[in-house]
Every structure is written in structure tokens, then in C-alpha cells.
Design a protein around this ligand. Structure first.
Ligand SMILES: Nc1ncnc2c1ncn2[C@@H]1O[C@H](COP(=O)(O)OP(=O)(O)OP(=O)(O)O)[C@@H](O)[C@H]1O
Ligand SMILES: [Mg+2]
Length: 539
């Protein structure tokens, strides 16, 4: 056992070594080159043209692709983004010395053998629900198999070893991790889960902790300063925001082969856009209770983002991710705080893709998808920026309710911005309809804030119902207590009168004496607890 522990610590030590700053970039050029990921062109992606985004991006793309020189400062900043630190700490870290020369990197990395032969093994995290379940199944089968014949036994052995290598390539001895890219040495890629305008997202297991992550690799190289800023924006926003159950969690970011890589929480339910599309294909839509749940959960995420002085500016179904409970991914749905009482459905909605986030007080607005864009943002009026997120959230919920695809421009586009709701396949209750309409109001100051939405009675209907039942029950208890106290009071009054009656005093029996109040004894509320709270609202 000690030997096993020893082996584990050696293995972990090796993995920590592989996370070092130096090795993360040394072989980066070669590491990404063999990957022939076919990424859709921006025009083929399902996005509307984003005026500013398009402009900034197209001007900054390097014609030379990944071979173009990276500004020293940009490279230095990016390769140090390895933990959820504040930008300030990143800058202080950047004082560390290292080599940034590409030619020297190339010299350090001679011809490497094929990566597939080099990939180190993956640890299995014993605490993920998946592992726990597989283990218990394994032990169940192990118990059964003692009665079985040999043939069966060999089959079982095979299955259990299959279980153990569920994720995984064969275990191998330590590899020259310093020659691998950070991505290759730290993660095992299981597949591509999505392609967006800015890059591709891969589902990966981290070799060290055995947990699943979504790793986003930005498509375009960080060759120009505009691109650098855009790539950093998402990382800065994540790092400042910290953790919230309704915001996709960020773990780390770094640059490799001149591309930004961001390691995020993996959301096993995909995006809201995926779910809406799936439902549509089956002629289904979200029920009203599900819409209210969606609206409430995203409002909680927005409340958190806005309270941090930031705005998202790209709220839409493809940027809202879904986790189902229990989650086997790192920091899954269970890492909730006091607001996470709204997951009775087992679905947790999380706001992701923070590429457009900007500060409320000094905004640098890069417009998101024009289908979700509030009118005032188009007019460059940034005085109510958080309300632009509220506007986009209303349209997001309406799409989940079965609204037809949103217009990108034209009369229909303006019609929606006059708070005219699109036609829906199922009528919503007037209360929810009104709320969604107010969220689309042309005057942003009329739209409710995220914080007001979190408290809104329409979104707390079930909660309000439960509260009423609870209050009724408490009221009954209090009525009963009052009746008891009144009876005791009556008894006490009677007892106080009794000693003054001589006839009774002369002939009183022991039992009657015992019933008289003793000095220092409470007459009223004797049977009631002294420290009783009557405030039932907190339940
Ligand atoms: N954390 C995650 N968990 C699960 N799937 C994810 C995650 N992040 C991204 N994806 C998948 O990858 C797709 C693209 O991701 P993302 O939104 O980050 O990229 P993008 O380039 O900004 O795309 P877009 O322009 O559509 O917003 C998503 O639609 C989703 O299917
Ligand atoms: Mg996105």
C-alpha cells in the first residue's frame, strides 16, 4: 500500500512538473500543427454579422497564421494566465523571466516521436459520481462472481478492467512531459463538442484530477493587439467573477502555438440552443414552469455579474449552458450557494462565453449578436448597459417558449424593440407575458433589473405557494397555543380566588393544595417554551 502511495505521489509530482510555465510553450507550434480541426468559416456559422466584432477581428488576423511573430508583451501576458487570478496578479507574475523567442523554442524541441505514443495516463478521480457508481457496480459483480464458473470469471475480469480504463489510454511510465504542450500533457481530449465563431471547444479529462473540462481553443492567432485584447477579455472577466452556480466556472487559461486556450467547467447538458433545437425537432417547447425556472436562474447569474460591475452583452441561447445534477465534471452543479434552491428540476443553467463582457462604469462595447441587441446599445447609449442583458434574456426565454427565429434587422427587428411579443405556439399566462414584455421595453430604465427579477413574484410562484401553506400551518399552531394560554390564565385566576374562600381553605384536600400556584412559578404560559419565536417568515 505504501508502495502504491509512493508511486502515486511520484506520478503526481511528474504531472505538476508538466504544468510548469516553461514547458507550456516550448513545443507548442508542433503540438497544434498536426491537429487538422475543420472549423467552419465565420460566414457559415449561425450568427448574424456583428458589425464591430467583425471589423476588429478581420483587421487583426495575421495572414501568416500561427507563424506570425507575437508581440513580446502579449505573449508574456498570455502564457502566465494559468490560474484564476486577478489581472493585477497576472501582471505581477509577468515579471518572471523566461524565453520568448520562437527560434530558441524551436531549437529546444527537436523531432518528437508521435504524440499518441507519448501521452501520459490519466488519474481517475475517486470522488466523481461516475467513479463511485462504477466502483459499486464492480464490487457487486465481484461478490457475485465467486459462485460462477471459470469461463464467466474471465469475462468478468475483462469487464472490470474495461471499467477501470473507462476514459483511458493504457497506463505508461513517465513521459518526457517537458516536450509536450501543456494541453497534451495535462489533458486527454475526448472529442470536439462545439464550434463557435471564435474557436472550437473540446471535451477533455484532466490527467491529474480525472475530471471533465470544456477546453476552448480560440481559432485565430493572437498576432495583433486587437485580438490579444479580445482573447484576454474573456479571461479577465472570468478571473474577476470567481464562482457562481449560474456562471460557467473558469479554471485556467494559457497561450499555446499563438492561440489562446481556456479551461472551463464542462456542462454536460450542452447549450440552451441545443436543447431548444432538439425540442423543436420533436414539436416540443418549454413548459411555462420551465421558462420561469430558466428566467430565474439566468437572472441570478446576471445579478451576480452586474453586482461585480460588469455586463455580459452576448446573452443568447447558445451562450447559456446546462448542467444536470449530479455532475461528474469538476466543480459541478453541486457547488451552489444560498441562491441555488432552484434546481429541483435537476437542471442548472449557467451563463458562459464571456467574450463580450465589459465594465458598466467604463464600457468598451463590442456588440454581440444583432438579433439580441437592444436598441439603445445600437445607438451607442451605454447609460443602462445591464438592461441590455435583460432585453436579450427576454428574447432568449421567448425562443425557449417557441418563438420563431429572431430577425437580424428590418421592420420585424424594430417591431420587437417596440415590445411587441412574437407569436408563440402556446399561450403564456398574462403575468409571465407582461413580465417578458416589460423586459423588452424600449425605455431601458423601465425594464426590471436582474436583482428585481430574482425577487419577482411571477418567478417565485411555487415558492410563494409553499410559503402560504407553511404560514397557514404556523398560524394554526399559534392559534392552538393561544387557546392553551387562555385556559391556563383562567385556571390561574380561579386559583388566585380560591384561598380567599374560608370554607374551602378549611376543608381543602392535599390535591387541592398542590394545584395552587407556588411562589416564583409562572402562572401564564407555563407549558410553553420561554424562548419562542413567532417570526415564521424566514422558513
Ligand atoms: N463549458 C461548456 N460545456 C459544454 N459545452 C460547451 C461549453 N462551452 C462551449 N460549449 C460548446 O461549444 C459551442 C461554442 O462555444 P462558445 O460559445 O464558447 O464559442 P463561441 O466561439 O463564442 O461561439 P458563439 O459565437 O456561438 O457564441 C457551444 O455552443 C457549446 O455547444
Ligand atoms: Mg458562444
Amino acid at each position: 500500500m505504501a508502495a502504491a502511495a509512493n508511486e502515486k505521489s511520484v506520478q503526481q509530482h511528474l504531472y505538476f512538473l508538466s504544468c510548469g510555465e516553461e514547458d507550456s510553450s516550448d513545443s507548442s507550434v508542433e503540438d497544434w500543427e498536426p491537429r487538422s480541426v475543420s472549423v467552419r468559416s465565420p460566414s457559415s456559422a449561425c450568427h448574424t454579422p456583428r458589425v464591430q466584432r467583425h471589423r476588429t477581428r478581420s483587421t487583426s488576423v495575421s495572414p501568416a497564421g500561427s507563424t506570425s511573430p507575437i508581440p513580446y508583451a502579449a505573449w508574456r501576458k498570455l502564457r502566465l494566465c494559468d490560474s484564476p487570478s486577478t489581472p493585477k496578479s497576472l501582471l505581477s507574475k509577468s515579471a518572471l523571466p523566461y524565453s520568448s523567442s520562437k527560434s530558441s523554442r524551436c531549437q529546444k524541441v527537436p523531432c518528437r516521436p508521435a504524440l499518441s505514443n507519448q501521452a501520459p495516463s490519466v488519474n481517475v478521480n475517486p470522488f466523481t459520481p461516475d467513479t463511485v457508481r462504477r466502483k459499486s457496480e464492480y464490487y457487486k459483480r465481484k461478490n457475485c462472481r465467486s459462485d460462477d464458473d471459470d469461463g464467466h470469471r474471465s469475462k468478468e475480469t475483462q469487464t472490470s478492467s474495461e471499467d477501470e480504463s473507462y476514459f483511458l489510454p493504457p497506463k505508461r511510465p513517465a513521459v518526457p512531459a517537458l516536450m509536450l504542450s501543456r494541453y497534451e500533457s495535462e489533458f486527454l481530449e475526448l472529442g470536439r463538442i462545439g464550434v463557435g465563431e471564435f474557436g472550437a471547444v473540446y471535451r477533455c479529462v484532466k490527467r491529474l484530477d480525472g475530471c471533465m473540462y470544456a477546453i476552448k481553443r480560440l481559432r485565430r492567432p493572437l498576432a495583433g493587439s486587437a485580438n490579444e485584447q479580445l482573447a484576454l477579455k474573456e479571461v479577465y472577466a472570468h478571473a474577476v467573477l470567481g464562482h457562481h452556480p449560474h456562471v460557467v466556472r473558469y479554471y485556467s487559461a494559457w497561450a499555446e502555438d499563438d492561440h489562446m486556450i481556456i479551461q472551463n467547467e464542462f456542462c454536460d447538458g450542452g447549450s440552451l440552443h441545443d436543447v431548444i433545437t432538439e425540442k423543436e425537432e420533436q414539436g416540443e417547447f418549454f413548459y411555462e414552469s420551465e421558462l420561469r425556472d430558466l428566467l430565474l436562474q439566468v437572472s441570478m447569474g446576471l445579478k451576480y455579474i452586474h453586482a461585480a460591475g460588469l455586463v455580459h452583452l452576448d446573452i443568447k441561447p447558445s451562450n447559456i449552458f446546462i448542467s444536470h445534477q449530479p455532475s461528474s465534471s469538476a466543480g459541478g452543479a453541486g457547488d451552489s450557494d444560498e441562491e441555488d434552491g432552484h434546481t429541483s428540476s435537476g437542471v442548472v443553467y449557467k451563463i458562459g462565453d464571456l467574450g463580450h463582457v465589459t465594465s458598466i462604469s467604463s464600457p468598451q462595447v463590442e456588440e454581440g449578436d444583432s438579433r439580441f441587441l437592444a436598441c439603445e446599445v445600437l445607438r451607442e447609449d451605454y447609460t443602462h448597459l445591464p438592461k441590455a442583458d435583460i432585453f436579450a434574456l427576454s428574447l432568449t426565454v421567448l425562443l425557449a417558449a417557441g418563438a420563431p427565429p429572431l430577425p437580424q434587422n428590418g421592420d420585424e427587428w424594430h417591431h420587437l424593440r417596440q415590445a411587441h411579443l412574437p407569436s408563440l405556439p402556446c399561450e403564456l399566462t398574462p403575468a409571465l407575458k407582461n413580465l417578458l414584455q416589460t423586459m423588452l421595453d424600449p425605455d431601458p430604465s423601465v425594464r426590471p433589473s436582474a436583482s428585481a427579477l430574482c425577487r419577482h413574484p411571477v418567478l417565485h410562484r411555487e415558492r410563494a405557494g409553499k410559503l402560504a401553506t407553511q404560514l397557514r400551518r404556523e398560524l394554526n399552531v399559534e392559534k392552538f397555543r393561544t387557546a392553551m394560554l387562555e385556559r391556563e390564565l383562567q385556571e390561574a385566576r380561579l386559583a388566585a380566588v380560591l384561598p380567599q374562600q374560608p370554607a374551602l381553605a378549611a376543608g381543602c384536600t392535599n390535591s387541592q393544595t398542590a394545584s395552587l400556584p407556588r411562589p416564583g412559578r409562572r402562572l401564564v404560559g407555563r407549558h410553553a417554551a420561554r424562548s419562542m419565536s413567532f417570526g415564521g417568515l424566514g422558513h
